[in-house]
Design a protein around this ligand. Sequence first.
Ligand code: NAD
Ligand SMILES: O=C(O)C1=N[C@H](C(=O)O)CCC1
Length: 250
Amino acid sequence: MSKLRVAVLGAKGRIGSEAVRAVEAAEDMELVAALGRGDKLETLVDSGTEVVVELTTPASVMGNLDFCVRHGMHAVVGTTGWTDERLAQLNTSLAASPETGVLIAPNFSIGAVLTMKFAQQAARYYESVEVVELHHPNKADAPSGTATRTAQLIAAARAEAGCAPQPDATVTALEGARGADVDGIPVHAIRLRGLLAHQEVLLGGEGETLTIRHDSLHHSSFMPGILLGVRRVVSAPGLTFGLENFLDLG
Ligand SMILES: NC(=O)c1ccc[n+]([C@@H]2O[C@H](COP(=O)([O-])OP(=O)(O)OC[C@H]3O[C@@H](n4cnc5c(N)ncnc54)[C@H](O)[C@@H]3O)[C@@H](O)[C@H]2O)c1
Ligand SMILES: O=C(O)C1=N[C@H](C(=O)O)CCC1
């Protein structure tokens, strides 16, 4: 069987450099390009790239994906910064290239995907829910893409179940003290040397609390998800948001 021809964008970055090694080690893939900032995207065409793994920055991702989709290359995207406007723009590009698949995964680690699912399931049973994400201090964006997605899923589950607004008697607060508001769910971002990527979902009800916590201790935690995404995106035209769509989670 022929190997999938894979390129990595952001190949010198923290996760990109790990992805380069993972693709090189995968028996069913060939790393045909590893591009950093300033490298020419035409290299992707010249190298016959089939799937691009996009791990750059929110400022670069839209231009890179526009190029990939226009050239019929599938993409697996870990870069953060997704808004409804950006997703709409990407869907417009994809409509003009209907056989091309793009997977955007706020988090590639199985534990983070499960955390989101468990939080979604638990959300309706508790009066209070808050999300705390904790990352290395070199991270450019806050809150994390994972925390934003987690809060959105929690808010949607609570809305569907008809939950009342959360109790919160705060009258005066220093700006930021109650975190960012993502669809009504408070999200708190910690930046601390020594950490990589961590998240807690805190749920509280009468006389009890539930804490769902996940820790990514090394970038290797994201690699099985990236490789799965590469294998699956080639037969998933259009936009897929979330790795859970490629997992049989029940
Ligand atoms: N989805 C996930 O599971 C997951 C996991 C880790 C990180 N991330 C996200 O991935 C992104 C990268 O994270 P990081 O920690 O590796 O950051 P980083 O700053 O270490 O790496 C980003 C790299 O992209 C390069 N780059 C910027 N613009 C480029 C362009 N136009 N073309 C090619 N390369 C370009 C930069 O020079 C840098 O080397 C962030 O958005 C981060 O939140 C996602
Ligand atoms: O290290 C990062 O940056 C990470 N970014 C993603 C996010 O914002 O959720 C995934 C976790 C690591």
